[in-house]
Design a protein around this ligand. Structure first.
Ligand SMILES: [Zn+2]
Length: 380
């Protein structure tokens, strides 16, 4: 902070909560004392009774777990059914979030001005959202299932919807295994699809100029994305920032109402997850291999991103689609339109007519390569 940075970023922000999630717990003296305080301050008496604890004052979670006689390599599974397990996880996650907030305060004190605060949050993992409300923005590895081509892209879509619902921008990258696959298979076009998908969902994708890879077969490595592939794509994003910034999603992937605004308990996190999963929302489909993401800006600008997900793993290419008609209900934007301008990556913008029939509006894209942004217009 004394070097005058504009923000503080905290990697592995979960600290011992990460160990608790993967291996059952941190059982150090500090955690045991703090958990005792947590139980005294917060826990419902019925929970203590279920765990057979008369008073939390002398309670030792380390002894409690030892007495359960769970095999060392199965601590997490063995613990997960126990009455205090979720309470211990909540405690670890809340303390991690408190730590993030306190580091943020220290950073501002030293810098003597507001600084951004960010964490590595690997969405859509629910445990990673506890500290999110304290942060200016999030960044992290989102699993894209590279080896499965376009089959697992609902995972990043879910991560982006979570970020939208939390109200914190997400700068995503893929997992180290994804990058290992991309490097080993020269799957640059697949990365282009990931980038388009992130921005179509209102989020960001970190420039893959030098990214860490890891696979069991080839070990650690670096993927250095070719600038000839990625520079024009990021130039398109920068040029059309006004079609990307400050929009919110409408349609099936809109943010549900009445979401919890903090996530310190398992119950709140589950409520958040269930609200987002209700009705199993997925992108609007167009043709055989396009996803449509309608978004609105408060001042009335309405757009629809069309992303070509027809990625062929065999050839590593995205097949252009021609004469693709996109039909949306008029209720989506609560009005109809006469024309639209299509801003497509790799093409000049073109004006196209909008056809309104029986409560639907349709436009036909002559060609969809990777990604087109349709901006609807009120008058010609
Ligand atoms: Zn500890």
């Amino acid at each position: 902070m004394m070097g005058n940075p504009s923000g503080l970023h905290i990697d592995s922000h979960l600290g011992t909560a990460e160990a608790a999630l993967s291996s059952g717990g941190c059982f150090c003296d500090f955690c045991m004392r703090a958990f005792r305080e947590h139980l005294s301050a917060k826990t419902r008496p019925e929970l203590l009774a279920a765990a057979g604890i008369a008073s939390p004052d002398a309670f030792d979670f380390r002894k409690y777990v030892k007495n359960l006689n769970i095999p060392r390599d199965a601590v997490n599974n063995g613990l997960s059914g126990q009455p205090l397990y979720q309470e211990f996880m909540d405690f670890q996650l809340v303390r991690a979030a408190d730590n993030v907030a306190s580091l943020g305060r220290i950073a501002q004190e030293i810098a003597d001005r507001p600084v951004t605060l960010s964490i590595n949050a690997c969405l859509p993992h629910l445990e990673h959202i506890v500290a999110a409300p304290q942060c200016t923005y999030l960044l992290g590895e989102v699993e894209h299932g590279a080896a499965a081509g376009n089959k697992n892209l609902h995972v990043p879509v879910k991560a982006y919807l979570m970020a939208e619902a939390i109200g914190r921008p997400l700068a995503a990258t893929a997992s180290m295994a994804d990058w290992a696959f991309v490097k080993d298979n020269n799957a640059d076009r697949l990365v282009c699809l990931w980038i388009a998908l992130a921005y179509a969902c209102g989020q960001r994708f970190m420039v893959p100029n030098r990214v860490r890879c890891f696979s069991k077969e080839t070990g650690p490595a670096w993927y250095c994305g070719p600038s000839s592939t990625f520079t024009p794509l990021y130039a398109f994003i920068k040029k059309h920032a006004s079609l990307l910034n400050d929009f919110f999603p409408v349609g099936p992937l809109s943010v549900p109402e009445c979401l919890p605004s903090s996530f310190e308990t398992h119950e709140k996190r589950q409520r958040f997850a269930h609200a987002l999963e209700k009705g199993n929302p997925s992108p609007i489909q167009a043709g055989d291999g396009a996803w449509v993401f309608p978004r609105c800006r408060k001042d009335g600008l309405n757009v629809a991103h069309v992303v070509n997900i027809a990625y062929e793993a065999q050839t590593g290419k995205i097949q252009p689609q021609t004469g693709l008609t996109i039909t949306l209900p008029e209720s989506l934007y609560k009005r109809n339109f006469d024309t639209a301008t299509v801003y497509a990556y790799g093409c000049e913008p073109v004006k196209v007519p909008v056809t309104n029939i029986e409560g639907t509006m349709s436009i036909t894209l002559q060609e969809l390569r990777l990604w087109s942004i349709i901006a609807f217009e009120y008058w010609q």
